[in-house]
Design a protein around this ligand. Structure first.
Ligand code: SF4
Length: 76
C-alpha cells in the first residue's frame, strides 16, 4: 500500500493487539500528542472522527464503524 500511495509511509506497525490485529502509529505525532504536519495531514486525518471507513474490510462484531465499498485511492 505504501508503494502505491507514498503518503502512507508516515504509518508504521507498532504492534498487535490481543486478537492479533495490527496496531499502526504515525511518525508525525509529537511527544505532546499533536500533529507535526497539521497543514499537510491526510484527508482521513481531517475527517477524523468519521463514523465510517471507506475501505473494504471486515469489521468486528459490535464495532461502531461500517464499511463502504470504495477504492483506497479515492480518499487520498
Ligand atoms: S493527524 Fe497528523 S499525526 Fe495524526 S495521523 Fe494524521 S498526519 Fe499523523
Amino acid at each position: 500500500m505504501q508503494f502505491l500511495f507514498p503518503a502512507y509511509k508516515r504509518f508504521y506497525i507498532r504492534g498487535r493487539d490481543d486478537e492479533g490485529n495490527l496496531i499502526f502509529a504515525c511518525k508525525y505525532v509529537t511527544e505532546e500528542g499533536l500533529c507535526s504536519v497539521y497543514d499537510k495531514r491526510l484527508s482521513m486525518c481531517k475527517k477524523y472522527p468519521s463514523n465510517h471507513i471507506l475501505y473494504p474490510a471486515k469489521m468486528h462484531e459490535g464495532c461502531g464503524y461500517r464499511v463502504e465499498g470504495k477504492r483506497f485511492k479515492d480518499f487520498l
